[in-house]
Design a protein around this ligand. Structure first.
Ligand code: GLA
Length: 702
């Protein structure tokens, strides 16, 4: 999951080094929700759109019309512009030039293409960074970054915030009423949440800590600073955590990073909102499972979420990609955009192989299937020079289409052909999976075994449950849960008392809550809970965790879900309520776990709570998912499909639309639950034949 990002960050760090060297510088109702409005669908535009990142500033104006004609021919309806063009929009301090951008936006409109305008704050221009070096980030090693890359601005620099606000405001004054501008993107990928490790940041952090804890006594108590003589006698003693530090301090640093990036974003949102028409949306391009900040907080003020969906090395993993879409949809619990995706290949991975023919189309449809209403390719054409010359594009250096253009052309025309079926529709699920940045960070800080990857464990639950239910929401642990028949929290490590109350209310009212290993171990300060796992939920479970064991080898487990292995992590459970059932037990293992419960379940209120104390092998995970679904009365949204075929449903405005995608390597035939209309084929029938990467869109035959 983090491979793409760590790979890219590594590339950027290398580029950075290179630049330095060069320049020396339950109560599920079953009802279909009918969203009255879907902000991701733009009034007057098709319900599904396809677009591209376009950089008119990199080309002579005489070329623009040709670009736009080629886009129009491919049914491209959206361009994202300007997000790196600060030096063209403000060539010197206080001197602005937006005329060229206005001409580009208006010319695009002539070709029936709307624009999303990005604020250029990921790339402050040289005049700014040279005159005011304090706007440049300082790295952990104390060195200030040099100019010539991107994400070099310091998000916490008060001076940088002033410049960011100014350029965003001037852009909003110019384009906030432009009928061809449909929305805004803030910054670009939020500078990977990189922080500046300078004194200004440290003081802000100390102030933030003071505002949170009020007294040093309180702070010292919550972080248990009597440990290792960490006691603080003054706010000014509190360090920025670099490397290993107190987990409470580290978690608060993550909260502070989130707070600062939210403020960095709000600084621009405020001026854009003040000078733009309400119809213009504001979004930010996120990065799936990137964990630099808490995405539930960052996306709060946005009109909708969007994300950049890159595969990098290898090929699309439908479970990982579907899960990432569902995670993004869950940030605001509504449809989203794919602001960027790769046209074939990227340039930042260890092996930048191309997607197979047809794979990009399957990915675009998978995005739609999971709730995207727009898919944009990055990028239209490579700049002749610059760091990304090798990246996939839709045009070659000569300005004519590369082979991938044809696939985009086909997919975009398909979007146009069937878009009306998607109008007003979204994904509605009976199953929710809970995600929590605090839990993720707390586990990352102290993994206890390198093999424990909470995001991979999430994926193994997801893959099995998605196959059975065919629709899953991934939501914040504190999201409303009453509409779900089943709520699964595979690694909810941090469960403070108020969150426990929220979860218990769901169970009491009839829901089924399934907890995975390491659940309910910590409170909001990353302190251990005195009840042991699962903390405030132990009484409702009628059991608890006696001890946890990272595993150096697999151990046998067996019970009503069959026989298999515990891998990576195993917890010795104990039931203390007479009616707590043991579903799986360990076999002969390390002595401690022998014959001890591995999975227990207990009825509570009108619902049920289940604790799975081990990471289970694939076979047992599949059986566990089957049990969860049966026990909770979850029904599939469509019906059986062959292996490798993903089916999804979007509903709304009184109808349903189904998306079938064949991710298998061979042909598949899907038998439909009833005769349906095949919108792409333009026929009606009871079966659908899908070649590898084949797609079909289905609605009920009327
Ligand atoms: C990111 C950025 C783009 C581009 C692509 C390349 O998503 O937002 O500007 O660099 O990566 O894959």
């Amino acid at each position: 999951m983090s491979l793409r990002l760590s790979g890219r960050i590594a590339v950027w760090l290398l580029l950075q080094l290179f630049a330095t060297a060069q320049s020396n510088p339950n109560a599920y109702s079953g009802s279909i929700s009918q969203p009255s409005e879907i902000p991701t669908q733009i009034p007057g535009q098709d319900a599904l759109l396809m677009g591209t990142a376009w950089y008119p500033e990199q080309w002579p104006e005489s070329r623009w019309e040709e670009d736009l004609k080629l886009m129009e021919a491919a049914n491209i309806k959206v361009v994202r512009v300007a997000e790196f063009a600060w030096s063209r929009m403000e060539p010197s301090e206080g001197h602005y030039d937006f005329d060229w951008l206005e001409r580009a936006i208006n010319l695009a409109a002539k070709h029936h293409i709307v624009s999303v305008v990005g604020t250029p704050t990921a790339t402050p221009p040289a005049w700014l960074t040279q005159k005011y070096p304090d706007v440049l980030r300082v790295e952990e090693n104390g060195r200030r970054v040099t100019h010539g890359n991107r994400a070099h601005g310091s998000a916490t620099s008060p001076r940088y915030r002033v410049f960011c606000r100014d350029i965003a405001e001037r852009m909003a004054l110019r384009f906030g009423h432009n009928p061809n501008v449909v929305g805004w993107q803030i910054d670009n990928e939020y500078g990977y949440a990189l922080m500046s490790f300078d004194d200004a940041s440290k003081h802000l952090f100390q102030d933030w800590i003071k505002a949170k804890y009020k007294t040093l006594d309180n702070l010292n108590a919550q972080w248990t600073t009597n440990y290792w003589s960490e006691t603080y006698d003054s706010w000014s003693e509190i360090p920025i955590p670099i490397g290993g530090h107190n987990p409470g301090l580290r978690l608060d640093w993550k909260h502070f990073v989130t707070y600062e990036w939210a403020a960095y974003q709000q600084n621009q949102i405020d001026v854009i909102r003040a000078h733009s028409e309400p119809r213009q949306f504001i979004t930010g391009n996120l990065m799936g499972f990137f964990d630099g900040f808490d995405h539930y907080t960052i996306t709060k003020p946005l009109t909708f979420s969007s994300w950049d969906d890159y595969v990098g090395k290898g090929h699309v993993d439908p479970d990982h990609n579907g899960l990432s879409h569902d995670l993004t949809r869950g940030f605001k619990r509504q449809n989203f955009w794919v602001m960027e995706t790769q046209p074939g290949m990227v340039n930042w991975s260890s092996l930048n192989n191309s997607l197979n023919r047809g794979e990009g189309r399957a990915m675009a449809w998978q995005a739609v299937a999971h709730g995207a209403d727009d898919v944009n390719y990055w990028q239209w054409r490579s700049a002749l020079n610059g760091q990304e010359q090798y990246h996939g594009t839709l045009l070659g250096a000569d300005g004519t289409p590369v082979p991938f253009y044809d696939e985009v052309n086909q997919t975009a025309h398909e979007f146009g052909k069937v878009q009306s079926a998607f109008k007003g529709t979204t994904v509605v699920s009976q199953v929710a999976m809970l995600y929590s940045y605090d839990s993720h960070w707390a586990i990352q800080f102290q993994k206890h075994t390198d093999a424990y990857n909470d995001n991979e464990i999430l994926k193994s639950y997801y893959a099995n449950l998605r196959g059975l239910s065919q629709s899953i929401d991934v939501v914040s642990a504190d999201a409303p849960l009453s509409s779900y028949k089943l709520v699964v929290a595979p690694s909810l490590n941090v469960i403070p008392e108020d969150l426990a109350k929220h979860l218990l209310e769901y169970v009491r009212d009839g829901g089924h809550l399934v907890l995975g290993p390491r659940s309910g171990m910590k409170d909001q300060f990353d302190s251990l809970l005195k009840q042991r796992q699962p903390g405030f939920l132990a009484d409702a479970l009628g059991g608890r965790v006696e001890q946890y064991y990272p595993l150096e080898k697999d151990f046998p487990v067996s019970g009503s879900w069959g026989e298999g292995q515990a891998t990576i992590w195993a917890e010795q459970l104990k039931s203390f309520a007479p009616d707590t059932e043991v579903l799986l037990k360990y076999g002969k293992s390390n002595g401690w776990l022998d014959d001890q419960p591995a999975v227990i379940t207990h009825a509570f209120g009108k619902g049920r709570i289940t604790y799975i104390g081990a990471v289970l092998d694939d076979k047992l995970m599949a059986a566990a998912a089957q049990w969860m679904v049966q026990q909770s009365g979850v029904t599939p949204v469509f019906g059986p499909v062959p292996d490798g075929v993903e089916v999804s449903r979007r509903t709304g405005d009184g109808h349903e639309v189904f998306i079938l995608i064949n991710f298998a390597k061979d042909d598949r035939t899907v038998s439909l639950p009833r005769p349906m209309k095949l919108l792409l084929a333009g026929t009606e029938g009871g079966t659908v034949d899908l070649p590898p990467y084949g797609v079909e869109i289905l609605v009920d035959a009327k």
